[in-house]
Design a binder for this molecule. Sequence first.
Ligand code: NCD
Length: 314
Amino acid sequence: MRHDHLITSKQLSRGDIETVLDYAAELDADPSTVADRHAGTLLGLLFFEPSTRTKMSFETAMKRLGGDVVDMGSIESSSVKKGETLADTVRVIEGYTDALVLRHPKQGAATMASEFVDVPLVNAGDGAGHHPTQTMLDLYTIRENAGLDDLTIGIMGDLKYGRTVHSLAYALTNFDTRQHFISPESLQLPREVVYDLHQRQDGTGIREHDSLEEVLPSLDVLYVTRIQRERFPDENEYQKVAGEYQIDADTLEAASDELTVMHPLPRVDEIAPEIDETDYAAYFQQAHNGVPVRMALLDLLLSDDKRIGGDDDE
Ligand code: NCD
């Protein structure tokens, strides 16, 4: 049975991922072929957490497909403020729209919300859980710069709370990759994610480190993340790790000339601005890739003839 909702990258097979990336590449080269494809279609945006790139690129993508968006706006100005439940909110807005995009601070919120609606629901980030559409644009960017097979990637920073990391790590197990996870001990990947990754990929492909130094020369891609301050239960704990794992031109002296540096953005101080103008930097290109990738995903989710995604196994 096909699945209408996109909740985690665990749903996506290698074939699904390749379908989306190939289609995104076609749309990137010539978006005019789909300019009217979804005329009259409305996408509901429900963002219960701040967002710039994700929300605006979904909006751009829907408009470039000929459709439009209906935006719940901020929590402050919506009925959420009056105590409305998430289940009620999504049931109401599904009646106005053809698909929903949900971002929420609570892990599991997208899975729960999807149980109440029939229109496709896309998880645009659920707390420290998953962010599968970010993963698709990350994979697109990796494929453009380094290729997805025989890939050695370092994923660095907040691996505990970073939802983009969780989604990317699962998706990469579909490819021949070596994943090096670099973080302070307190921000390591959740143990259940490590367990799952070992189940999905031969354990030799997964390694954890507390320093970038030992792996940097071997990397094709370095994926840097922000410490997720808003998810720390205690500000003091944040202060203990803030400012660790920054990279600048000196750090990258030990890297291969071919290294690609990525970041889902926003960055705080993880990547020095001096890297921006170097050939290493792919993070702005990565953000731009959000539009063709989300166009491809939305078209696939909204069209009856082309489908992606198996059942969500969460
Ligand atoms: C990320 C997120 O929201 O998880 N941002 C994004 O969607 N590009 C990363 C972050 O906030 O650090």
